[in-house]
Ligand binder design. Structure first.
Ligand code: SF4
Length: 320
């Protein structure tokens, strides 16, 4: 069953010099119980896509078009009050990056979790505290730490608190925005283990946002590779890793070291992502693509299905 369907979503940031075209004609869908990774370099539109869906855009974010269908309902038609009461936190929530910024520094962690529950559900304070205790046990913090302040916890425990908060109202869908950023590799592995166990135990649907392809491979069923505000390749994780077809995906995968197999020189992608105030015409990757042809500089390639159920690629090298 399809939980989330995003169709042709277009979101711009309004700035003094015009519009930064951060998300352009993005489409994907997520089945219940599945997890999708949004991957790409910084500034490619991953977080902007999530903020647009969660309606957390700052004042200058503008949704210019598209549809966001969640559980069969068009979210863009829903008024803010209903969205905040019935959807955000209750049906879809978010694990923010940087736990220290996501938690209130002078509120006990238990109070922060129960506040989210009481705001969205009609239950007693005692029931909310009981649920917060269970959540702290579930994420491996331990209910006995319910009265701790964030500064009394290590980085890993703070991040687990943010995960517990995201689970507070039993949402159908969780966005995890770079959930292990700023943690050392040992703690990263522990937090990832918690996320994987929760996915399995609670049959969670998840959208994982990361530039770390290894983390997406560990936790996701499908992956969407984004470049300059567009999805350039989409498919199941195994297919994309074994047979990446878009030149950007191929470079991105080769830029990550492998701990198995022979040592090879890591690939680099020359140049920089384009200025999205004035993106290049045609394929946005053409100034950096070693295979760019005349048509790539003129016409935007459309995403087309290739082998398999999900695999699609937007590149003139494929299909035509
Ligand atoms: Fe390269 Fe052209 Fe494919 Fe874009 S469409 S990735 S420029 S070959």
């Amino acid at each position: 069953m399809t939980l989330l369907k995003v169709e042709n979503l277009t979101m711009y940031w309004e700035v003094l010099r015009g519009y930064v075209k951060a998300v352009d004609d993005v489409s994907f869908s997520l089945e219940k119980g599945h997890s999708l990774g949004l991957a790409g370099e910084s500034g490619c539109g991953k977080t902007s896509t999530a903020l647009a869906i969660l309606r957390l855009l700052p004042y200058n974010g503008r949704i210019m078009g598209g549809n966001i269908i969640f559980n069969g309902e068009e979210l863009l038609q829903m008024n803010d009050q209903r969205f905040q009461k019935e959807i955000r936190w209750k049906k879809m929530s978010v694990i923010f990056q940087g736990a220290m910024n996501a938690l209130h520094p002078i509120q006990r962690i238990g109070d922060q979790i129960t506040e989210a529950i009481l705001l969205h559900e009609n239950i007693s304070k005692k029931e909310a505290v009981d649920r917060a205790s269970k959540l702290l046990d579930l994420v491996g913090i331990g209910a006995e730490r319910i009265d701790r302040y964030p500064h009394e916890l290590s980085g890993g425990l703070k991040q687990r608190t943010v995960i517990a908060m995201a689970l507070a109202c039993n949402p159908d869908l969780i966005f995890a925005d770079e959930p292990t950023t700023a943690l050392d590799v040992i703690v990263q592995a522990q937090v990832l283990k918690v996320i994987k166990e929760l996915q399995h135990k609670l049959n969670l649907s998840m959208i994982m946002i990361s530039h770390d392809l290894a983390m997406i491979a560990e936790t996701c069923d499908e992956i969407a590779i984004m470049y300059a505000g567009k999805i350039v390749e989409y498919g199941d994780v195994t297919t994309i890793y074994k047979k990446p077809l878009h030149p950007y995906t191929q470079k991105l995968i080769k830029a990550f070291p492998s701990v198995i197999g022979p040592k090879t020189e890591l690939a680099t992608i020359h140049g920089f992502p384009p200025d999205l105030l004035k993106p290049p015409p045609g394929c946005r990757f053409h100034p950096r693509c070693p295979y760019a042809m005349e048509i790539c500089r003129k016409k935007d390639p459309q995403s087309a299905k290739v082998d398999g159920k999900y695999h699609s690629v937007a590149c003139y090298l494929i299909g035509d």
